[in-house]
Design a protein around this ligand. Structure first.
Ligand SMILES: Cc1cc2nc3c(=O)[nH]c(=O)nc-3n(C[C@H](O)[C@H](O)[C@H](O)COP(=O)(O)O)c2cc1C
Length: 190
């Protein structure tokens, strides 16, 4: 009888282990409150942002321009297009639409954007300047047609030296596992 009970118990333990393994992911546990804010003109950065929010359990917030960007606005071959004019003017601050992000309680804020002319789009400056981000860990992420993220982060650091910037990560081609291990590393060291 004892043998049967032991065998049953062993079998149950094994199936629990298999069950736990088959879910594939351990939850990312942290006391820290995470927000994931992003601007995306054509949807690429939005996909990375959703994955970051998903793997970190962070609150997702989209930075929406008051006036949406049309494809003509995004024409980098035209020096008079809206994006060219904005990026040529470091003081340009495109207006935000909708309620502000509630980041009061957030400790870590992932901030995502497409690289425009090797920088963060000016609406990222609008977002930064209209929210109180002091003391929070800011983690830039971006997608691009090939350029790196470093110059955009340098410009953000130089423009807002009182804020706490992580180096950030270009997420071109990053899959869920890549994003999970990168975000986990950031959260682990906070
Ligand atoms: C106005 C504009 C400027 C851009 N400048 C660059 C650039 O300097 N380097 C680069 O690699 N990609 C550049 N791109 C490409 C975008 O960074 C890339 O397509 C990005 O993934 C788009 O993200 P989104 O879909 O979230 O808007 C530019 C795109 C636009 C519209």
């Amino acid at each position: 009888m004892n043998k049967i009970i032991l065998t049953l118990a062993a079998a149950m333990t094994m199936s629990l282990v298999v069950c736990a393994q088959s879910t594939g992911e351990k939850s990312m546990q942290t006391e820290k409150k995470v927000s994931v804010v992003y601007f995306s003109a054509t949807g690429t950065t939005a996909r990375s942002a959703r994955t970051i929010a998903d793997v970190t359990g962070g609150t997702l917030y989209e930075i929406v321009p008051q006036q949406a960007y049309t494809s003509a606005d995004l024409d980098w071959n035209n020096s008079k297009s809206r994006s060219s004019v904005e990026m040529n003017d470091p003081q340009s601050r495109p207006e935000l639409k909708g309620p502000k992000a509630d980041v009061t309680a957030s400790d870590i804020i992932f901030i995502g954007y497409p690289i425009w002319w090797n920088q963060a789009p000016r609406i990222i400056n609008t977002f930064i300047e209209s929210h109180d981000l002091k003391g929070k860990t800011l983690v830039p992420f971006a997608t691009s047609g090939g350029s790196g993220i470093n110059n955009s982060v340098k410009v953000l650091r130089d423009t807002y030296p009182d804020l706490k910037w992580e180096d950030g990560r270009l997420l071109n081609g990053a899959d869920r596992n890549n994003i999970r291990s990168w975000a986990g590393g950031i959260m682990g060291k906070q």
